[in-house]
Design a binder for this molecule. Structure first.
Ligand code: NDP
Length: 311
């Protein structure tokens, strides 16, 4: 197989937007969609904060629209996964489905991140039906209602205060007797009257048949279990960037495994390898910011290829 100009790994908003721009720039991109085609949005329901959808849309439908747009301009989408990469020399090499190797002049990594979950069967069953890992995405649906959020880091603290503006009451479920979040964030939580922090508390079960109706929690000091009457259950116990594949490639990552890009660009420390979306962003994590950085990656790749005489 001949060397392709641009390989895109991942098919969330970042990957598809990179594909749209790269295809329109005549880079004839190949996208390897990965094990969860469409990415995190395919496990959400309503999306109301993506500009251009005045009446909102469904996450899976939105990703289907992204896919159609990427294909319209000739992106070669393969429903496969990348099993190994070799960025030690150019053209770069990537193995598809543990079998054949392909070569590419440039690579855009858009493999995203995955929310960490508690691992309860009820959490999985009610995911998208009251259980969510993104308060900014889904908090609005619980306006005026009582909700719970698990976690004690900066994300949980930030999301709890975000939810507190919309919801009547927010229970923050913290497994230890203190929070990991920064002092400033703890201060904000403590100064928000409608947040009640439940320390030393673990979630035993999320209750509800079709949608969330409550959460059974246990105080691990007293051994007492109580049921919180909530309609929304948010999990904010961290994210895992999908970068295991790139562990020994020489790509720079931070201490949590997120790829590091040069500020204001999508360039990694390896020339010709770019990163877009949640795989390099642990702060914003929104579909629209991922899409924006996918656009940047395609433009960065196109300009870099031009410097190599590849058009
Ligand atoms: P963190 O890893 O910092 O925190 C995860 C939290 O979830 C911890 O409090 C942990 O508890 C708790 N947790 C983990 N597993 C479980 C479990 N099974 N049951 C109950 N609780 C659990 O993740 P964050 O997403 O909060 O933050 C990631 C990084 O991003 C951090 O460096 C953070 O500072 C940064 N960040 C910065 C922001 C900002 O500057 N504005 C905003 C958001 C994040 P325990 O403490 O007991 O381990």
């Amino acid at each position: 197989m001949s060397t392709i100009k641009c390989l895109i790994i991942g098919s969330g908003p970042a990957g598809y937007t990179a594909a749209i721009y790269a295809a329109r720039a005549d880079l004839k991109p190949t996208m390897i969609a990965g094990l969860q085609p469409g990415g995190q949005l395919t496990i959400t329901t309503e999306v109301e904060n993506y500009p251009g959808y005045p009446d909102g849309t469904q996450g899976p439908q939105m990703m289907e629209d992204f896919r159609k747009q990427a294909m319209r301009f000739g992106t070669d989408i393969k429903w496969s996964y990348i099993s190994a990469v070799d960025f030690s020399s150019r053209p770069f090499k990537a193995q598809v489905d543990d079998k054949d190797w392909i070569t590419a002049e440039s690579v855009i990594i858009a493999t995203g991140a995955s929310a960490k979950w508690l691992g309860l069967p009820s959490e999985q069953r009610l995911n998208g039906y009251g259980v969510s890992a993104c308060a900014v995405c889904d908090g609005f649906f619980f306006k005026g209602q009582d909700v719970a959020i698990v976690g004690a880091g900066d994300t949980a603290a930030e999301e709890a205060t975000y939810l507190a503006k919309l919801c009547r009451k927010v229970y923050m479920i913290v497994r230890r007797d203190e929070m990991r979040a920064s002092k400033a964030m703890i201060h904000r939580v403590n100064n928000t009257p409608n947040i009640e922090v439940l320390f030393n508390t673990e979630t035993q079960e999320i209750i509800g048949d079709k949608t969330v109706e409550g959460a059974l929690v246990k105080n691990n000091k007293t051994g007492l279990s109580t049921t919180l009457s909530v309609t929304g259950f948010f999990v904010a116990i961290g994210h895992q960037p999908n970068t295991a594949l790139f562990a020994h490639t020489g790509l720079n990552m931070d201490e949590n495994g997120y790829l590091i890009t040069q500020p204001g660009t999508t360039k990694t420390n390896i020339e010709g390898v770019f990163a877009a979306g949640d795989v390099q962003d642990h702060i914003y994590r929104q579909a629209v910011t991922a899409a924006g950085s996918g656009c940047m990656a395609a433009i960065d790749a196109e300009r870099w290829l031009a410097t190599q005489g590849i058009h």
